[in-house]
Design a protein around this ligand. Sequence first.
Ligand code: PLP
Length: 387
Amino acid sequence: ADAGRQCGEAVIYLDNAATTPVPAAVADTMYDVLTHHFGNPSSQYPAGQEMKKAVEDWRAVIAGALHCPPERLYFTSCGTESDNWAIQAAIWQGRHTGKHIITTAVEHSAVLEPCRWLTQQGYEVTYLKPDRAGRVTVEQVAGALRDDTVLVSMMLVNNETGCIFPVAETAQLLRDRKSHALLHCDAVQGFLKVPCEPEVWGVDMMSLSAHKLGGPKGVGALYISERFRNVRPLLPGGGQERGLRSGTEATAQIAGFARAVELRLTDYDAKIAHMAALRDYCRERLLSIPGMVPVAAGTAPHILAMSLAGYPSANIVTDLGAQGICISAGSACHQGKASHVVSALGLDKRTAAGVIRISFSPENTETDVDALYEALKAHQAARFPML
Ligand code: PLP
């Protein structure tokens, strides 16, 4: 709650999988870069060279959190850009091998939309369907893998259910089968929430985004493994990011990303335990509301999916929003239609209609959850179920 109020709004912010408030220390760091250290890292005089070194220092902070060498990380403008780049790079790499892609039916649209475009260019995409609990298994990948598969793209944590997907096992499978396919992992929701070890697991590419962990919007990163050579540049140009992603470095954004990572790493275990405890507390409290049911078996510490069966989630979100309580109806819930993730779970109509996502930051408290509980009870008393 406090972090939300730092933003100047008296809101109870329980939608941290959508974006997170930027702590004052992160904003201060960015302000300092914008005003006092505005040099271009490509400039040869000290104000430029100072920034060139600073960008490398910030890269090292984020790489440290991902347990990879700094030169494996490339800055991008967002998670969406990282996902698009990874997919483009993989299909370029595999252009003489085949035109088959494996992904899951519940990826973020930053993966699904590029895949849809590729189907129009002759690619075949296999979408692994989760079970009712939201789980995807490595056996499903094994069953779909072919000689002409050039890319497997699997997220680490699903943004709507909090389910953790078997990324390490999939990397092992690709090795065991001596597959040519590259493995991309969208870790936008997983980084600094659950174990995330691209180097140990043997993932080829991994996408990150700053604004899901207290950093600013508009900056992300792509991890690219050393094994993956001759990566197709995303933006050919002035040669920044070792020639692969040109464009003057967004120094203030990158500084904010690194500062946010440092803050999250302070007392990291305690923060994760706090979020997991809040998630459990929230699940228990909400389940005492008649008609409230759990959705999926997500185990990420920061995401909880529930359903107030029969009560359209769009109305819940709007009603609660008017009272200053921010939750989500699922990231792609448009005009009352269930999101693709909710649809893929195969829930009955009443349960699907009422799916809400509550997502936590380390700053949330039990008081926030209590306020949510009261507001949901009031919503139920004031409205009739539509289904
Ligand atoms: N991937 C996942 C799983 C996400 O949850 C999001 C953000 O909602 C993205 C990608 C996109 O990240 P960005 O907003 O930085 O483009």
